[in-house]
Design a protein. Structure first.
Length: 132
């Protein structure tokens, strides 16, 4: 991953663009990985996982906590597994996988915190699918 958080707290205060540029099986990866600690984005986040056969998630978390306070544009989507959690429900964002129609845009498979992707949303919000 381009950015990895395993412990402690990392707060990013400005708009952030984080991309994984791997183009082979060995180097294709996530843009952001969280396995512990807390990662906070105070403003907008644009992130892109690598594309090699399938698009890797832009953000993947297997533990720890994620806090998104600005807009999200995640090419590769958002994946939460294990005991990873969001500080508060999602209220805005774009979750896509350009160049790959088989990858999940949002996933909570194998999550011990969330049962359904709609559990990631703040009260009163819903996911919508947009077509070109």
């Amino acid at each position: 991953p381009t950015l990895s958080v395993t412990d402690g707290t990392l707060k990013i205060t400005g708009d952030a663009t984080i991309k994984s540029v791997g183009k082979s099986q060995e180097t294709a990866s996530y843009a952001i990985s969280v396995s512990g600690g807390k990662l906070i984005f105070e403003n907008d986040l644009t992130a892109e996982g690598s594309l090699y056969n399938t698009r890797r998630p832009a953000v993947i978390a297997s533990g720890g906590e994620l806090e998104f306070n600005g807009g999200l544009d995640l090419n590769g989507g958002l994946t939460l597994t294990g005991d990873a959690k969001l500080t508060h429900g999602l209220t805005k964002g774009t979750f896509r996988a350009e160049g790959d129609n088989s990858s999940a845009r949002v996933s909570v498979a194998d999550s011990s915190v969330y049962q359904h992707v709609c559990d990631l949303l703040a009260d009163g919000y819903a996911f919508a699918e947009l077509s070109n």
